[in-house]
Structure formats: C-alpha cells, structure tokens
Write a protein that binds this ligand. Sequence first.
Ligand SMILES: [Zn+2]
Length: 437
Amino acid sequence: MQNIIYRTNIQGNGFLKPRSQFVITLAASLLLSLLLRLPIGGEAFTGSPAGDSDSYLDLSRADTVRVSILGNENPGVLRINAVDDMIRFRTASGDSALLGPGDGFAFLYLQHGKVMFRKGDRVLESPTLSFSNSVGLTQVFVQGFGNRLYHGDFEILFDERQNRHLIINRVPLEDYVASVIGGEMNFRELEALKTQAVVSRTYALWSIHRSPYAQFDLSDDEQNQVYVGALPVRPDYAEAATATSGEILTWSNRLILAAFSSTCGGATSHNEDVWSGDPLPYLRSTGDGGACSVSPHYRWRLQVHESELSELISSRYGYRFSDMELDYDTAGRVRSVVFTNGTGRRLLFEGNEFRTILNRHSDTIRLRSTRFRIERDNGTITFTGNGLGHGVGLCQWGAKGFAEAGWSYRDILSFYFTGTKIVDLNTIESKQIALSG
Ligand SMILES: [Zn+2]
C-alpha cells in the first residue's frame, strides 16, 4: 500500500507527517474556510456545516451585529471625529470624556494592553475603551489608510491571543446590510442587490450565532463580508436593504448557511464537494446556464512554471512531486489534488484547500476558482478555468445576469438555494430560530 502523506496542521506551518497507514485527512475546518475570500470577488465562507441541530438563535439579540473593523490595517493610532452628534468615551473604570461636532479630532493610541485617549489636556488610559454615538456618525481616521464613517458604538480591547487590539463596531443590523451590499456587489440591477441583501442578512445572523470569536461576530473583510462603514452607501443599496428589511432565508423553518461567491463559471457545487461536512439540501449543484458569463472572471487562464509550484510545495511540505492528478466533482470543480513522487508517497489536498493555500502563499499562482483543467508541457503548467470563488450557493454575477433577464430576487434566491423560503424575522413569534446543519 502506498503511503499517504498526512498533514496535521494546514493552518500553521503546514508541516507533513508521514504515516505508515493509509490516512486521508484534509478536513476543511472553519479556520481554513475563513482563510481567503476575494471581493466580488467575495465568497462568504462557510465552515463545516456539521453541528448541533438543536441550536437556536435568539432573535432579540439579532438587531445589532458586532463587526471587527480595520483588523488588516491594525492601526497604532486612531483619530476620532464627531460628525453630527456628541460622542462619549468611557474607560473600563467609568471615567469618561466628551467629543462634540466641531471639537476636532480626539486621538486614541493603541498601546500594548491598553488604550490612551487624548483630546487637548484631557488624557484617559484604560485596558479597554468604549465610545458611543447613539444617532450620529463617527469618523475614524487612520494615518496612511484614510477615513471611514460608522454608525453605532465601538469598543477597543486588547486581544492577548492575537497580540493586537480589536476595534469592534456594534452596528444596527439593517445599517450593516446596506453597507455590505455595496461592499460585496456594486451592480446596478436592483433585484440583484436585493438578492445580496437577503443573503448578507442571513449570513450575518448565522455569524452572530456561530462566530468562532467571543468578542465579535464578523470581520469587515473578505473573510466574512466586506463592510466599509456607513458611507458611501448608494441610494439603491439602502433601497435594496429597506425593500427586503428583516427578510432571511430558511429551509424547513431553519436559518440557512447562505454561502455566496462571485462567479460560479457555469455551475455551482454541492457544499460537501467543496468543504467537508454533511450535504445540505439547499446547497446543491446548479447549472446557471451562463447567467454569469458577463463576469470578467467567467473564463481565465494562468500559465506558471512548474518549478514555482514545485518550490512552493517543497518549501511548505518538504515534498518534491513528479506527478499530479486531479479529481473532479459533478460541477467540474477540482475536488482533490494528489501529488505523487518517485517513492510512491502521496500528498493530498482538497481542491478548495489547494486553491486557498496557493493564493495565500504564492505571489504568482493565483487560482480564481477550482473549476479548472491543467496541461503540463515542457516545464509549464497551464490552468484553464472558469469563475471566481468557492462556487457554493449564490453566484453573484449570475444574480446580475438573471436580474437583467427580468428575474425577481425571490426567483434568484430559490434558484441558487434549493427549496428555501424567505421569512421576515420580525414575524417569528417565538423570537428564536433554529440553524440548519
Ligand atoms: Zn454563475
């Protein structure tokens, strides 16, 4: 029997652990799935759907969302401006300071384990700092990055585990949805925007309940949903949020895992073919008949030197391959990549895992999707592919195509999410909803 190289830690240094017995691993863990998304691009992850089927979301907690903002920028100093209403800052011990419109900037210095507030002569120091602006907008300026405007309240705290500060914005759900539509989908077709509104709201609620982080529900980047704050929200983004206010997607009265990605390239995949876990009845492979063919990512081609791929695999896994084999799912996506070498040892990746690792660790090999074929010729590998993103659930460019063809957002949602029903969360009498999966 051939040896399978067994990787126990795909998140960390990705080391290999040869095993004598035939072991196949490659669990697409939640963290793995959170690794990478591309904006419109975007592809709301989804971890393994397997879980506690008796899990309920308390809808009374679902009117606000806790978003970790500016995590990628990881700023050392924030400048805060009150745009149109008074902002009150509070330390952990209850000291407070006020900042009004026209007062100019207050400075927040994020130092190891503490936050220092400074406005003129007024200085506060605290391990955590919260500030709130109940009705107005808060402007947050980061040197070298720019400024953003936010609704809602903030809390800054130091996360020992990540050795950095978390800046958490508690934002009303519907404000969040209106912002995320623009972050994820800048199309003009209102029915496509409404489709994204329902999907993003459903995804946010799922995240409130299933966030792997204690301090927040979602990050503001492609790992979850792109959230850039209150502006610029085009009027049609707000209209799409308002027109679908409170609407969420359910299957058999349960909140669904509303996965989405940019461009399926012709067909979406079964969830279990892309991530490990049980099949979900509403995340089935669906051919969308070229609805997303207007996407700039519908067809792509990438040529790389075989030595680049070989170097990357060798440096991360200490393994030199001589051959590679691909296995495909019914939608035409690579389900697994198997490398072999002269000694008969093999190295396995799930298709989506392979894409994620290459995109994260290679400057040159960027795989937009796993819907690709390869040709090896004389030291060159040519990837010929379709689509962008993981390809499970909603195809965003397909939603645009169908909206152009006159479909309503309800038609589009029931097309990509088989057997689902739209429910207004405000009409659920029990004020709680079970999660599917
Ligand atoms: Zn598509």
